[in-house]
Design a protein around this ligand. Structure first.
Ligand SMILES: C[S@@+](CC[C@H](N)C(=O)[O-])C[C@H]1O[C@@H](n2cnc3c(N)ncnc32)[C@H](O)[C@@H]1O
Length: 149
């Protein structure tokens, strides 16, 4: 079956200690920042909750809940920190559908410099394979696969 749905990955307990420990050069993030939320609260805001699957816990560990055969057409990486952003780029770029887009929030942020570092590392490791575009909101970029790669 070709089921279409939206996947949401979050600890719902804020930043993880191990990610924060690797982020000291990029931010003043603290473990537990953004913990003031819940699956129930987020789901209550979804216009079509039946199309949403929540993967609560540490990303990328929670990707084990997927079959591995999924393909993504749009990914919004908004995890603020270097480590999960880099892991997100690795995981999702390997699973994008043709023409798919990955948006990286906070690329231009002054208070979270990890996402930009993660994007630059990824682009360096995959030279020529992806193109990067500012999307015009002043804080995000998008990555799209280069044609013919
Ligand atoms: C700025 S908030 C964005 C939340 C949501 N995307 C939104 O727009 O409201 C950053 C989120 O990234 C989550 N996060 C950061 N690192 C994570 C990781 N390794 N695994 C799962 N979630 C993570 C935090 O728990 C936090 O909720």
């Amino acid at each position: 079956m070709n089921e279409k749905r939206e996947c949401k990955f979050d600890t719902f307990e804020g930043f993880a200690e191990k990610d924060v420990a690797k982020d000291t050069a990029f931010s003043f993030a603290k473990a537990g920042d953004y913990a003031n939320t819940s699956v129930r609260l987020v789901m209550s805001k979804m216009p079509n909750p039946e199309q949403v699957r929540v993967h609560k816990g540490y990303f990328p560990d929670t990707t084990k809940e997927l079959s591995g055969k999924e393909r993504f057409c749009f990914v919004n990486l908004d995890m603020d920190l270097y480590e999960p952003t880099y892991n997100g780029l690795l995981y999702f770029t390997a699973r994008m559908s043709a023409g798919g887009v990955i948006l990286i929030h906070d690329y231009f942020a002054d208070n979270f410099k990890g996402p930009k570092e993660a994007v630059h590392r990824f682009l360096k490791e995959n030279q020529g394979s992806y193109q990067i575009f500012p999307i015009g909101d002043g804080i995000s970029v998008m990555l799209v696969k280069s044609e013919g790669v």
